[in-house]
Design a binder for this molecule. Structure first.
Ligand code: FES
Length: 148
């Protein structure tokens, strides 16, 4: 094997690995791209618990709310609700598998909303999420999260 052949083959393998990584991340994002529609009741987002049966994140949007919300049911029956707003410069973040990515400057957040890559310094905002006896999950918002 000569040097030129070795370099060409090595570059081909690296390029293939990069494309495979990009494809895996893109497909992961596609797999979670379905957005659930929720209702508003006052300053709370409401949706049926029955559509959140499994333990993966679901992306929810509601009329009049500036950002989407990622909601996940935990094994103990509690819920995690994260506002999908980057804490760096308020750009929307996207769900990629079980973590979150901001395409504006590249911040990444783990499944708890903690920063794993900056420039963001603060975690994603956790929203209070409480189910009622009728099986409706209520997610509390603050005024600034609503469109005026
Ligand atoms: S706005 Fe998200 S990284 Fe800058």
């Amino acid at each position: 094997m000569n040097r030129r052949y070795f370099i060409r083959e090595s570059c081909s393998i690296c390029l293939g690995a990069m494309v495979a990584g990009w494809l895996a991340e893109s497909l992961s994002a596609c797999a979670t791209s379905k957005v659930l529609q929720a209702k508003m009741q006052g300053r709370a987002v409401e949706l049926a618990e029955s559509i959140l049966e499994d333990e993966r994140f679901h992306v929810v949007e509601a009329p009049g709310v500036r950002y989407r919300i990622a909601v996940r049911r935990l094994t103990n029956g509690q819920y995690v609700a994260l506002l999908l707003m980057c804490t760096h410069a308020r750009n929307p973040v996207t769900l990629t598998g079980n973590s979150f990515y901001c395409p504006l400057h590249g911040s990444r957040f783990d499944s708890q909303g903690n920063v794993i890559q900056g420039p963001a310094q603060q975690p994603l905002i956790h929203l209070p999420a409480q189910p009622d006896r009728q099986g409706i999950l209520h997610i509390g918002l603050q005024d600034w999260m609503l469109e005026s």
